[in-house]
Design a protein around this ligand. Structure first.
Ligand code: COA
Length: 158
């Protein structure tokens, strides 16, 4: 008899994880929407003050990550992704809660994020207490030049 137990472990990442993050990003983001970043963008962001990376491994395979940045009492979730093969097992939820915990530890009072209108992630963000606070028209530009609106969400951290 086999048991389907997946062990998700979270760790703090760094520049050494950029190849892994890039691989997850390539697999996770649909190029139609223009949401993914380049390796250079990830590397550049990781060298900025206040930026932190959380990597999730499932059964020993790096399968998800969250990239965030805090400045003063505000923070932004910049990227959140899970490999297709590891989805709907709570990986992104665990990453998001780890981001919230770290933001609290940094005395952050408001956590913001931007997401493409219609992205499945909106359900996760609402479930974790985020509320829509604004819209940005034509924020994302996909591979074929088509543009997509973004929605801004934020959550107060008590
Ligand atoms: C969005 C994304 C990060 C979710 O990752 P995940 O590890 O599968 O998420 P979880 O298993 O933690 O799901 C949490 C909740 O999000 C919602 N959700 C996630 N994927 C969904 C889907 N395909 N359809 C509907 N709801 C979905 C559900 O409410 C889900 O809870 P449930 O499984 O109990 O119903 C993943 O699909 C992904 O990498 N997408 C591409 C990258 C992206 O768009 N990132 C977000 C913007 S930066």
């Amino acid at each position: 008899m086999s048991t389907a137990v997946n062990l998700t472990e979270l760790r703090e990442g760094g520049v050494q994880d950029v190849p892994s993050v890039a691989a997850i990003m390539q697999a996770a983001f649909d190029p139609r929407y223009g949401e993914a970043w380049t390796n250079a963008q990830c590397l550049g962001m990781l060298s900025l003050p206040g930026v932190w990376l959380v990597v999730a491994s499932v059964d020993g395979v790096d399968s998800g990550f969250a990239l965030s940045r805090s400045t003063g009492d505000e923070a932004e979730l910049l990227l959140l992704a899970t490999r297709p093969a590891a989805r709907r097992r709570g990986v992104a939820g665990a990453l998001l809660r780890a981001v919230i915990a770290e933001a609290r530890a940094r005395d952050v009072e408001k956590l913001h994020l931007e997401v493409r209108a219609g992205n499945d992630a909106v359900r996760l963000y609402r479930r974790e207490g985020f509320e829509k606070v604004g819209e940005r028209r034509a924020y994302y530009r996909g591979k074929t030049g088509q543009v997509f609106d973004a929605q801004t969400f934020s959550r107060t951290l008590a």
